[in-house]
Design a protein around this ligand. Sequence first.
Ligand code: ADP
Ligand code: MG
Length: 277
Amino acid sequence: MNALLEVDDLVVEYGRGRRTFRALHGVSLDIAPGECLGLVGESGSGKSTLGKAILGLAPVTRGSIRFDGREISTLGRGARRQLASDIQVVFQDPYGSLNPAMTIGDTLSEPLLTSGLSAADAKSRVREMLDRVRLPSTAIDRYPSEFSGGQRQRVAIARALVRRPRLIVCDEPVSALDLTTQAAILDLFIELQRDTDVAYLFVSHDLGVVRRVCHRVAVMYRGEIVEVGEGEQVTKSPRHPYSERLRLASPVANPRAQRTRRAEWLALREVADATLR
Ligand code: ADP
Ligand code: MG
């Protein structure tokens, strides 16, 4: 397999001296072109840190990140800016991630104009993108505040896609949405991947969500990847005790089944902690 992204033995540390905190302890993974790799793990396990390192926003202490065979963890600002046409991001918060003072049309055309497209070409690309994410073309002249959370997330997705990237880091992109909207946005991610062959690193704390969109899933625990495998296998019959604990932590509707699940989760907590330092 020719990987699009290869992360090898990546260490990220925040702070310095005695205050140094190691957030990633030698993480390795790869993503193929057009693949969706899920990244699950509890809050604070280092998922966003890995996403940020790929985007050039976290301090890499050791290890490598190769995109299309090229080392990108050491790029200077200019080269990093050029890479933005290949690697994009969608964040969790559709309210905080859009500039409230810019129309949707300006938000979407800005990166195109910066990269040298003519105003006319940018405009037609923006229309095409709005259509792809199922927003009406009238959205062009409107502001983020005029849209719901789900619609704003569609705008954020359109903005990530507008330069035709090959990889999008999706950091909990549906976690702030209600369940019905979540389902619609997940379907959109799947459809866009099918149509454009873009790859996703899809971060979520929700196993149901990653099962639905991801081909493979990696499980992160305290800055380490403890298991990687097929989505179905990792989310339904995980091999590692910590992955199993994550599975048991996601609630089920039946109260009796939930009580059993909770008891199993508590019992496994000890086992998982003993296995991992
Ligand atoms: P996740 O996305 O899985 O919730 P994060 O990657 O955000 O986890 O955080 C992993 C760990 O790194 C946490 O303990 C967090 O407190 C710490 N951390 C994240 N960002 C910083 C930062 N800028 N400075 C110091 N510590 C940080
Ligand atoms: Mg996070």
